[in-house]
Write a protein that binds this ligand. Structure first.
Ligand code: PEP
Length: 244
């Protein structure tokens, strides 16, 4: 899976052009061995889903509330994303964990909400630079996984994204050996949580671009990428999907 996280970027005209260009590329490539997903801001999910309908391009949200409805001003339920044409939703992105104080328990509740609405959550975990420098990376990942993945995760209903916080939007990436070590560890911890650990897709995220995609995607236990900045340019995003 190659997933694009547009973050808080995009107004209708340019966003729809971007989505259509990605959908055209996906259509032409006619891949049968990979999924391509774009996650626009909530304001654009419905328009983007309508614009790409009929192509194999998947559309997701960037966050959802844990509850299906109610007095939660400004929030969006997983059911609302589904209603707009989404099939996936990112939960626990480090920017939400940092900007909105989201805990592992809340991320887990959001993943359960995604399942309730028949969405596939892309559950994000990752260590900060301080945690890496203190040698705590693997422990932090294990704690986040155990806290954020609800019981019942399967290869079909869950995607996990490893995103070192220090690599997001910085142009810095871990070495392929470091990525493989983190992903191998994640797979092992997942195996303590579900019998389907081998089939759960583990995406690497953090400064993936056309020039480093093939190398990062070739690292052990990497089943795809979660792409931020480079997903805002159709040719570059499609080149990353091709590299997979
Ligand atoms: C992200 O926000 O999920 C991300 C990986 O961003 P970038 O690719 O820009 O580092």
């Amino acid at each position: 899976m190659i997933a694009g996280n547009w973050k808080m970027n995009g107004l209708r005209s340019d966003a729809l052009a971007l989505a259509r260009a990605v959908a055209d590329g996906v259509k032409q490539a006619a891949w049968t061995d990979r999924q391509v997903l774009i996650c626009p801001p909530a304001t654009l999910v419905m328009a983007v889903a309508d614009a790409v309908r009929g192509s194999a391009l998947l559309v997701g949200g960037q966050d959802c509330h844990a509850k299906p409805s109610g007095a939660h001003t400004g929030d969006i339920a997983a059911e609302m994303l589904r209603d707009c044409g989404a099939s996936h939703v990112i939960v626990g992105h480090s920017e939400r964990r940092a900007d909105h104080g989201e805990s592992d328990a809340l991320v887990r509740a959001k993943a359960e909400a995604a399942w309730r609405a028949s969405l596939v959550p892309v559950i994000c975990i990752g260590e900060t630079l301080d945690e890496r420098e203190a040698g705590d990376t693997l422990e932090v990942l294990a704690t986040q996984l155990k806290g954020s993945i609800p019981p019942g995760a399967t290869a079909w209903n869950t995607v996990v994204a490893y995103e070192p916080v220090w690599a997001i939007g910085t142009g810095k990436t871990p070495t392929t050996a470091e990525v493989a070590a983190a992903h191998g560890h994640i797979r092992k911890v997942l195996a303590t949580l579900t019998s389907e650990a081998a089939g759960i897709r583990l995406l690497y995220g953090g400064s993936v671009k056309e020039s480093n995609a093939a190398e990062l995607l070739a690292a052990g236990d990497v089943d795809g990428a979660l792409v931020g900045g480079a997903s805002l340019k159709a040719p570059e995003f499609l080149a990353i999907a091709k590299a997979a």
